[in-house]
Design a protein around this ligand. Structure first.
Ligand code: ADP
Length: 454
């Protein structure tokens, strides 16, 4: 049974149920039909014998039998016995040889040979001391004939019925399981060919398998998207690493061949140092990004004094070339991972400095509304064009690579976005080309309340 498919199991189960039901129905009909047939027979014998009794008369000591007397009617033999139990008229059934006793008005069952008979005796009195017995005899109807008919019907109809219902059941099960078969085939084809773009052709309908097939397709879509993103990420990461490596290699080869003065060597070493720095930033950013993505960097949430945290980070930004202004509301607390929020703020301030105006201003703001905590970093720098505003959150995306060649790799904002999401919040950008940008972190206030629940 273990090796049968679900379709076969379901079909066999219903077949078994059907056979059981049939057996119960036949049993019931047999039991009921026997007693009904006997009741009917008793009614018939009683009415026939009484009708015949009315046809009998005695005139001048002679028995008169009317024309309508029926000696044999509907399987009922009617005979007339004298008082001394001598057969006067009528014919007995062949096997009914023993006269036995007479009992007035009661239907009895009498065995004669192998047969069973219903016998009804009625006394017809003529005067005080004369009379005759009118006896009705009828074979006890056996339900066997009914059963035989029923069995015959079952024998003919059942195989056809079972075949039909089994085939029908199997067909329905097969149809219902079709999406599952397709899912197996699709999963197999993905497995064999690693083709994540394969999809199932989901049929119309709402049954469980169709729903499962749709979920399966959605899962494949997400898998494909994340697989593509991973591929893109790996390609971008290796590309980004290759650039500084080839710059370093080229600089070394040039220095070996042509650098003669200490100044020239110093310049080459500085360039190599800058490229190494860039690679170091890239590798650590990549590591952080991967840890955030995979959830291996465990968030360390706590109820923090955000006002203090933001003020401290701003104070640490010693090497800023622009002036930094703070507008920080007091005692704003939130349920956050301090290290992550610090990284987010540092990234935003560093961008504001990189893409800000020379000697420009950076505004850091923190305030709390009824539902949100808003942490913003605004600059009066180059700004970002409308069509770029969606893209800057993507990994490795940089609007103008010539400006960022030494300072970043385009991972900062995607990390900022990820951190905002991990806190149940989101990032908002307002920017105008040439005027400046304002990045705002929206944190839901409920993240603060979480502390009370814990
Ligand atoms: P990176 O700064 O390393 O290039 P980011 O992910 O931090 O990478 O930023 C992506 C791009 O978004 C930057 O290359 C830059 O073009 C643009 N950008 C980020 N912050 C600002 C800003 N404050 N003003 C103007 N452009 C910005």
């Amino acid at each position: 049974m273990k090796h049968f498919s679900i379709k076969i199991k379901i079909t066999l189960w219903y077949l078994l149920l059907m056979l059981l039901m049939m057996a119960m129905i036949i049993g019931f009909i047999t039991a009921v039909s026997g007693s009904v047939a006997q009741q009917t027979a008793m009614g018939q014998i009683s009415s026939t014998v009484r009708t015949n009794l009315a046809q009998i008369d005695m005139q001048q000591e002679k028995l008169q039998i009317g024309e309508d007397f029926q000696f044999y009617h509907n399987g009922i033999y009617t005979v007339v016995y004298s008082q001394s139990e001598t057969l006067l008229a009528g014919q007995l059934p062949v096997t009914f040889t023993d006269v036995g006793t007479f009992e007035n008005g009661e239907i009895r069952t009498v065995s004669a040979g192998e047969e069973e008979y219903f016998v009804l005796d009625l006394w017809r009195a003529f005067g005080w001391d004369n009379g005759v017995w009118v006896r009705g005899i009828m074979e006890v109807p056996q339900s066997t004939t009914i059963i035989e008919n029923l069995l015959l019907m079952v024998a003919v109809a059942m195989p056809a019925f079972i075949l039909l219902s089994t085939l029908g059941g199997y067909w329905i099960a097969k149809k219902a399981f079709q999406p599952l078969e397709e899912m197996i085939a699709t999963a197999d084809s993905i497995n064999e060919g690693s083709d994540l773009s394969a999809r199932m052709e989901v049929p119309e309908g709402k049954n469980e398998f169709v729903r499962l097939a749709r979920t399966f397709d959605r899962m494949l879509e997400r898998l494909e998207a994340s697989f593509e993103a991973e591929k893109q990420f790996t390609a971008d990461a290796s590309h980004e690493l290759r650039t500084p490596i080839s710059v370093i290699k080229g600089a070394c080869e040039y220095a070996i061949k042509y650098d003669e003065t200490p100044e020239e060597r110093q310049e080459t070493i500085s360039m190599i140092h800058r490229q190494a720095e860039k690679m170091s930033v890239l590798v650590s950013d990549l590591l952080r990004m991967t840890r955030l993505d995979q959830g291996t960097e465990r968030a360390n949430f706590a109820n923090s004094d955000l006002s203090k945290l933001v003020r401290n980070i701003c104070a640490e930004q010693a090497d800023l070339t622009c002036s930094l202004h703070m507008e920080i509301e007091k005692d704003v607390t939130a349920w956050v991972d301090e290290a992550m929020i610090a990284r987010l703020l540092q990234n935003l301030i560093s961008n504001a400095q990189k893409y800000g105006k020379e000697n420009g201003t950076i505004q850091v703001g923190l305030r709390k509304t009824e539902n949100e905590i808003l942490l913003s970093v605004a600059d009066d720098g180059i700004g970002i064009a409308k069509q770029q505003q969606e893209k800057i959150w993507q990994r490795f995306y940089q609007v103008d690579t010539s400006r960022t060649v030494d300072s970043g790799v385009g991972l900062g904002l995607s990390m900022v976005k990820k951190i905002a999401q991990l806190h149940g919040g989101f990032m908002q950008l307002e920017s105008e080309l040439g005027k400046g940008s304002c990045f705002t972190l929206h944190l839901p206030v409920k993240s603060e309340k979480k502390k009370d629940m814990d």
